[in-house]
Design a protein around this ligand. Structure first.
Ligand code: HEC
Length: 250
């Protein structure tokens, strides 16, 4: 009994000791550089709400320069459970119909003249580059007044793409560490969104591009769930049947 009491006391005291130690672990780590290379998109293509928001983000902020030339508006509407009427009023670009492919109205020659590069079609970008890469790309623009776009990017240095989301995110500077390597970001002017809101905005946009890269995956995953359920049910029946057959054999 004495042993038990001692053990119980130790167990009770353990959380106290741990919580007493906690403030030390949570002390400001001034020296830890931001490891943006390890950021993950953390998106989920089964989240239809997120895909719908991502589609809206794309139509508001990306289609001015980028196309999704292998995807028709109507296919997107069907996959993302967006009624045709809403599709036509809110998402289909002016001059297009729900039966058209999603193409930018910017002529390639103009784009090449303005940016020095034609903005790539983004249909397959999530597959060629990965959702995590696009997430890092969209979140690591920083101010650089010496460049033609007045900004640069950590994931894609010297990119020709301007920081098109700075009204949402705000403008930030890249602060370098003692070894002249990137250390952390510093806000120069805030945007319309909080850091969490902007993070969600980017995650939804990346999620949408992930879906676009392989539109069948949304349907495939929901079918996959039914297949697994079916197999479980089948196993249960097979087991019951086996028991029935073997119950008289001793
Ligand atoms: C004002 C025009 C413009 C807008 C708007 C724009 N982009 Fe771009 N984007 C470009 C250009 C130009 C490039 C080519 C950059 C390069 O290769 O240097 C590019 C390249 C990219 C790339 C490829 C990067 C790589 O590694 O090759 C991705 C991904 C991308 N854009 C995503 C987006 C998303 C998502 C949006 C909407 C939130 C968006 N862009 C809005 C002009 C634009």
């Amino acid at each position: 009994m004495g042993k038990f009491a001692a053990l119980a006391l130790t167990l009770l005291a353990a959380p106290l000791v741990l919580s007493a130690a906690e403030p030390a672990a949570g002390e400001p780590e001034a020296a830890a550089p931001v490891r943006w290379e390890n950021w993950h998109a953390g998106n989920n293509v089964a989240d239809v709400g997120s895909l719908q928001r991502g589609a809206r983000n794309f139509m508001n902020y990306c289609i001015g320069c980028h196309s999704l030339k292998y995807l028709r508006y109507q296919r997107m509407g069907d996959d993302l459970e967006i009624p045709t009427e809403e599709l036509n009023t809110n998402l289909v670009a002016p001059g297009s119909t729900n039966l058209d492919y999603i193409v930018t109205s910017m002529p390639a020659t103009d784009a090449a003249n303005w940016f020095g590069k034609t903005p790539p079609d983004l249909s397959l970008i999530a597959r060629s580059r990965s959702p995590d890469y696009i997430y890092r790309f969209l979140k690591t623009f920083y101010s650089d007044p010496s460049r033609p776009t007045r900004s640069d990017n950590l994931a894609y240095p010297s990119t020709a793409m301007p920081a098109v989301l700075s009204d949402l995110e705000g403008v930030k500077a890249a602060v370098l560490g003692p070894t002249k390597m990137f250390d952390h970001f510093q806000t120069i002017s805030p945007g319309n969104m909080s850091a969490e809101q902007f993070d969600g905005f980017v995650r939804d946009t990346v999620n949408f591009l992930d879906y676009v890269g392989d539109p069948a995956q949304v349907e495939r995953r929901s079918i996959g769930l039914w297949v697994v359920l079916f197999l479980l049910l089948l196993s249960a029946f097979a087991l019951a049947l086996k028991k029935e057959y073997w119950k008289d054999v001793h």
